[in-house]
Design a protein around this ligand. Structure first.
Ligand SMILES: Nc1ncnc2c1ncn2[C@@H]1O[C@H](COP(=O)(O)OP(=O)(O)O)[C@@H](O)[C@H]1O
Ligand SMILES: [Mg+2]
Ligand SMILES: [Zn+2]
Ligand SMILES: [Zn+2]
Length: 320
């Protein structure tokens, strides 16, 4: 018996579900990783009746004489695609604390953050599976939502488009490779899958000791992706500026100790951390977004807000 795909206008599974808000899947923290699962509301598929595939009617012309002919093909049902995407999401190895991250719940406190979200969303929405696409790099102080935007972007690519993606925090990658050495694994065994995955997000770029081992690992990973024209996204705490900004001297013409300390801090350029070769590749591979130093740290502001809204102990509920 032929079954038509219900298509547009059909009531999708998940409608009105309070657990997934109609998304049909749920992303939650499981240990140190964010994991996706199909929501209970969508486990039993009403479209294919649990078969996992549907017959779709197509029209094709094989000969001018016969003219257009209707035929039916077997296609994976939306429920099959959903299950596949959930499985792909679980291969991303996204940090557990990022399970909630989406474009919708990202707040911009300044223009740069607004641009950052815009760049990430634009990247996600214009992305074409399998085609070379320019990535982006987010630079800024801690707690400004850089990892949040990486996670939101990967989530979009995987769940909405079925793109294979991976997330790595660079210093954890170095540690994993070092541990691998002890088990007789070569660095290439770990680098291999990361250089081949369609989209890779490298977090905390520039972090680490800057040892020759780390620099070579990073160089190999980025060079391989660059040569293959693969898309890579980055986040870093280091400035993307190509040159150090010269601090004006104090009116006395001397540098105060405070100034001197600030100069040392400002010397944290990504270009110096990763070297010329990698930096110049980043320029080609990515759109640059730099969040200013005074962008508020959400971890801190949230905590301050929490303490502000906490009524003094003892008078809770006594106001009315
Ligand atoms: N602009 C923002 N809008 C919404 N949530 C944010 C924002 N910035 C940070 N957060 C939240 O604060 C926490 C820390 O953010 P994170 O992305 O890890 O910061 P960063 O990677 O820049 O250090 C996360 O829970 C994140 O979701
Ligand atoms: Mg981060
Ligand atoms: Zn649901
Ligand atoms: Zn189905």
């Amino acid at each position: 018996m032929a079954m038509r795909e219900t298509g547009v206008g059909a009531k999708a599974t998940g409608d009105g579900c309070r657990v997934c808000a109609g998304r049909t899947y749920v992303i939650e923290r499981q240990g140190d990783q964010a994991q996706a699962r199909v929501c209970v509301c969508s486990e039993n598929c009403s479209i294919c009746g649990g078969r996992g595939h549907v017959l779709v009617e197509r029209e094709g012309v094989y000969s001018k004489k016969v003219g257009p002919k209707q035929y039916e093909v077997m296609e994976p049902c939306t429920c099959t695609r959903r299950r596949r995407r959930v499985a792909i999401f679980n291969d991303v190895r996204m940090p557990g604390v990022m399970a909630h991250a989406s474009f919708d719940n990202y707040r911009a406190f300044n223009e740069a953050q607004d641009r950052g979200r815009g760049v990430a969303m634009h990247f996600g929405h214009q992305y074409v599976k399998g085609a070379t696409s320019k990535g982006f790099i987010l630079s800024g102080p801690v707690g400004t939502g850089k990892t949040h935007l990486l996670a939101a972007t990967l989530g979009h690519l995987v769940i909405e488009m079925g793109v294979r993606a991976r997330y790595v925090e660079i210093s954890l990658l170095y540690a994993t490779i070092r541990r691998g050495f002890q088990d007789g694994k070569s660095g290439g065994e770990i680098i291999g899958p990361l250089s081949e995955v369609e989209v890779l997000a490298i977090d905390e770029l520039g972090k680490g000791r800057g040892s020759p081992f780390e620099m070579e690992t990073l160089d190999e990973l980025i060079a391989r992706r660059y040569n293959a024209g693969r898309t890579t996204l980055f986040a870093t705490n280091y400035s993307l500026e190509p040159e150090k900004k010269q601090r004006p001297l104090s009116p006395t013409g001397y540098r105060t100790t405070e100034d001197a300390k600030a100069v040392v801090k400002e010397a944290e350029l990504l270009r110096e951390r990763v070297g010329e070769r990698i930096y110049s590749r980043l320029c080609e591979m990515c759109t640059f977004v730099e969040l200013p130093k005074d962008t508020p740290d959400r971890r801190r502001t949230r905590q301050e807000m929490d303490t502000l809204h906490q009524p003094p102990t003892g008078i809770r509920g006594a106001a009315r």
